[in-house]
Design a binder for this molecule. Structure first.
Ligand SMILES: [Zn+2]
Length: 234
């Protein structure tokens, strides 16, 4: 939910978690605005619809501010998609639920089609892949041709609210799909790459500054425990 006073996108996560249910049981599931116009075949769409709906298990929610608390969101979504698995199975339901339990659904509301999460992961993956192989021209082409994220535009003056000569326009995403696209496009515009945490089983990503290798101390310790175990087994 976008807060027009602060200019922040605040997002809700259901505290009871999420579940995947069959699409047939669910009425009034909205089609998510994917913010992309990549080609989607009818057959693929129909297949993906069979994967059902992700639904909040309760009404109670907690809030967070994704722009400051979910740095690696786009990269996490991109990394959930894998070509080795046929598209109908990647990302898996478990991956989708782990993501949703942490960050919430990608669009406002209590439910969304698994299909729309899968497609978002796939498109972000294609874009991330172009960046990672150094093909920034291709990445820019993909973005400009096919990406139209849901945005709002604000006029921003000074932070204090006092009159200033420096007025500017600022774009703000209105959902997590748009936020993810802005995040990953910023890797091109700021030239700041993202890096995955080195710890085994950690899915966290962060911006690649200095020689940071782990998202926190717990991950650092997990890595070194694994490392010394590996050494012993040689
Ligand atoms: Zn980590």
């Amino acid at each position: 939910m976008f807060n027009s006073t602060t200019g922040d996108l605040t997002w809700s996560v259901c505290t009871a978690g999420y579940e995947v249910v069959e699409g047939g049981e669910e009425k009034n599931v909205p089609d998510a605005h994917l913010g992309t116009n990549f080609f989607r075949s009818e057959m693929q769409q129909a297949y993906l619809l069979k994967r059902g709906v992700v639904r909040a298990k309760g009404l109670e929610t907690k809030e967070y501010v994704p722009s400051s608390e979910a740095d690696g969101l786009a990269r996490q979504l991109a990394a959930m998609f894998q070509y080795e698995n046929p598209i109908v199975q990647s990302p898996t339901d478990d991956q989708i639920l782990a993501f949703s339990n942490r960050f919430g659904l990608l669009v406002p509301g209590k439910k969304m089609y698994v299909r729309d999460i899968v497609l978002t992961c796939k498109y972000l993956h294609l874009f991330a892949e172009a960046i990672d192989r150094g093909d920034k021209i291709k990445a820019r082409e993909v973005f400009n041709d096919a990406v139209v994220p849901g945005m709002t535009v604000r006029v921003v003056g000074s932070k204090s609210g006092r009159l200033t000569a420096n007025w500017k326009l600022e774009v703000e995403p209105v959902n997590l799909i748009a936020l993810a696209w802005l995040q990953i496009a910023a890797e091109l515009t700021t030239g700041r790459a993202m890096k995955k945490c080195n710890a085994p089983d950690c899915l966290e990503w962060f911006s690649d500054r200095s020689n940071k290798r782990f998202c926190n101390n717990r991950c650092k310790m997990a890595f070194h425990r694994q490392y010394s175990k590996d050494l012993q087994s040689i």
